[in-house]
Write a protein that binds this ligand. Sequence first.
Ligand code: NAD
Length: 523
Amino acid sequence: MATDLQIAASSITCRNPATGEVLQELQCATDREIVAAVERARAAQPAWALLGLRRRLAIIREVQRNLHARKSEIADAITREAGKPVAEALVTEVLVVLDAARFLIGNTFPLLRDESLPHGNIATKLKKGRLVREPYGVIGIISPWNYPFSIPATETLAALVAGNTVVLKPSELTPLVARELASLLHASGVPHDVFQVVVGEGPAGAALARSPIDKLVFTGSVGTGKRIAAAAAERLLPVVLELGGKDPLLVLDDADLDVASSAAVWGAFVNAGQACLSVERCYAHRSLYEKFVAACTEKTMKLRVGHGEDRETDVGPLIHERQMRTVEAHVEDAKSAGARVLVGGSRYTELGKNFYRPTVLADVTHEMRIMREETFGPVLPIMPFDTENEAIRLANDSEYGLAASIFTRDSERGERLARHLHAGTVMINDAISCFGISEAPHGGVKSSGIGRTHGRFGLEEMVRVKYIDTDQMATMKKVWWYGYGENFRRQMEGFLDLQFAASLTRRLRGALRASRTLWRKRL
Ligand code: NAD
């Protein structure tokens, strides 16, 4: 989402999205300051890598301890700037980061240690292969506003334990949370130049992408992701792109209706629907469609919309007027094409200008924007299906492929269908929570992105793999070196037969011919 915040040419006004209250005025970093931050990060990187994994993990343990001690204070800061209920800030942001630290502390040694690589080819049996994982150097991270703490923090921790330094460009809508992250890391022993935050809008992100970083981890919209991919292609900068989603939730005919409807309502409205993994479209088997829609409607009516600071609030505000306009446009488009609004469908102006009522839509079709484009707001459109094949076809009929959910009492059936869905993650009998499973890779297919964050695969994104090959016969010329001729050709044919001929006799003959190459004169 491009932003039309009240921004002077070089500064950002940070606001509470629930009240509009000005929280702070921040200077934006200039292009030159961004390059200088990257240069400082580069200068600091060798010492950080040399510190060794054990000492880096001790610092991550300290980050975890301090975050736990400051959990309420940080959750309050997230709510103030991003609007979400404090309980959500605790569970979907602070807890996720504490657990990511737990994963890294327990798993980085085995995942990043050197690995020996045995060879299958007889010709290279006398060589010793080793895989060594090395940090990239400086990782640039560009992050969005919807999970302003857990997204950059989980990516940063993985980058840091692997021995990289980090320059983070947070969303212009939530830079204060990024500063909280910086103060947490620095107070825990991460040197200032090892983790830096540069504040600014889109152009600052573009400047970071152009700067001499070694890899970029971007989380945000598909449009921005494509622009970044194009810029990165110019200089072959490796990128991870965590982009948007239009996640489907399928309710099969054997699903527990009460459980599935509660999941759909939570999955669609958590963080006011502003989650990349939100349930953006729902498909219920026709046999239970009416009852499912009624249950979702009834549960949605019970949701308490309000300020995130209020402990009773279930659904907070949207982040910004632009987000509101997208939600309104999608709902209006659906209504005008015949969708039924069962609850919600309008702004909640009594609460403030950024509040929208949680909305359930029925009678939607796949031609409507609400079923095709990312809405990123509190709207749950529900459509019936008749067969499993139809459900899969509808779920896959999207340019996105981040995650999907299936509700069924038959887990084997769920897992079978999961294999047919085009998505980075499929959850059976749950939604969204995969983001909080530190072991699970997070990322999408199709327009939802490239690469993974979190877990083993997220950690692997933070290192380059180097292959070290040691031929242990230091005093022997290799059989494949120069000294070619007809004999050599025949010996090599024999060698190929030895390894790949179908008949045993040909293999034995091949072995005989190939062995002669050992006595061949080489250059
Ligand atoms: P956005 O693309 O507008 O902005 C994301 C970040 O990119 C911000 O920091 C922004 O300043 C920066 N940016 C903007 N233009 C840029 C440019 N030309 N070059 C470099 N950086 C630039 O996205 P948003 O509105 O902040 O976030 C919402 C989007 O993020 C949604 O589409 C959502 O699905 C997606 N998202 C994806 C994931 C995921 O893990 N897949 C997680 C959260 C959000």
